[in-house]
Design a binder for this molecule. Structure first.
Ligand code: PGA
Length: 256
């Protein structure tokens, strides 16, 4: 049975004080929560340590928003997997559409980051998703095939257990446009079938596939109720504990 996993990607938002406050509020919302929902927040790098402190004693996990594949050296501006582990990260988000489309990251680069993270024992949320023109021209599946097969090169079944896939249609990110529950379910089922073909039915059944793209309290229940939607990667609505809490409540309702 897959557990629901709700993650907040704070992107390049918050300052020290607001990051600490938000983390404290999310931790409080999850205190004493015995439901089967996994929760994570991914603040900007400078606040990882402070947020980690606020989360201590809660089951809320810590994520980073990117990592570099080299361990150390002359890579100005980059942050190594070892550094993220050193400050207590459980996960790293890789291949986010903003990294792909704003920073120009390729599937080959993302794959190097995935391999380095898993090699060093850091779990990965790997984002995939198509642009609007790709969906409209019927290329969604081909785009996802290419992203999945290249980003997951060299990743065997054993290491896949430390990967979460986040399906994030680019046209739904930060736009207020959400994929309909049907669109999300169809694409998630496609991704799960991709995992069956590449690995096995057993492994595909065990992998968490999150949906991301304008998830909010009002649409979370319906999206998360879809059989192949195992959680949410939340951007904008993760920046307030009220809206993030609303999404967590929806997830808990489903998880029971
Ligand atoms: P959004 O972002 O919820 O603001 O659409 C989702 C994401 O980019 O992970």
């Amino acid at each position: 049975m897959r557990r629901l996993f709700v993650a907040g990607n704070w992107k390049m938002n918050t300052l020290h004080e607001s990051a600490v406050t938000l983390a404290r509020e999310v931790a409080a919302q999850c205190a004493g929560d015995s439901s089967s929902v996994d929760v994570l927040v991914a603040p900007p790098y400078p606040y990882l340590l402070a947020v980690k402190q606020e989360l201590s004693g809660s089951h809320v996990q810590l994520g980073a928003q990117d990592a570099y594949f080299e361990s150390q050296g002359a890579y100005t501006g980059e942050v190594a997997v070892e550094m993220l582990q050193d400050v207590g990260c459980d996960y790293v988000i890789l291949g986010h559409s903003e990294r792909r489309h704003v920073m120009g990251e390729t599937d080959e680069l993302i794959n190097k980051k995935v391999v380095a993270s898993l090699d060093k024992g850091l779990k990965v949320i790997l984002c995939v998703g198509e642009l609007l023109e790709e969906r409209e021209s019927g290329r969604t599946e081909a785009v996802l095939d290419a992203q999945m097969s290249t980003s997951l090169s060299f990743i065997d079944a054993e290491r896949m257990s430390n990967i979460v896939i986040a399906y994030e249609p680019v046209w739904a990110i930060g736009t207020g446009k959400t994929a309909t529950p049907d669109q999300a379910e169809t694409t998630h089922a496609y991704l799960r079938n991709w995992l069956v073909n590449r690995y096995s039915a057993e492994l595909a059944e065990s992998i968490c596939v999150q949906y991301g793209g304008s998830v909010k309290p009002e649409n979370a229940l319906e999206l998360l109720s879809q059989p192949n939607v195992d959680g949410a990667l939340v951007g904008g609505a993760s920046l307030s504990s009220e809206s993030f809490g609303g999404i967590l409540s929806a997830a808990r309702k489903i998880a029971g």
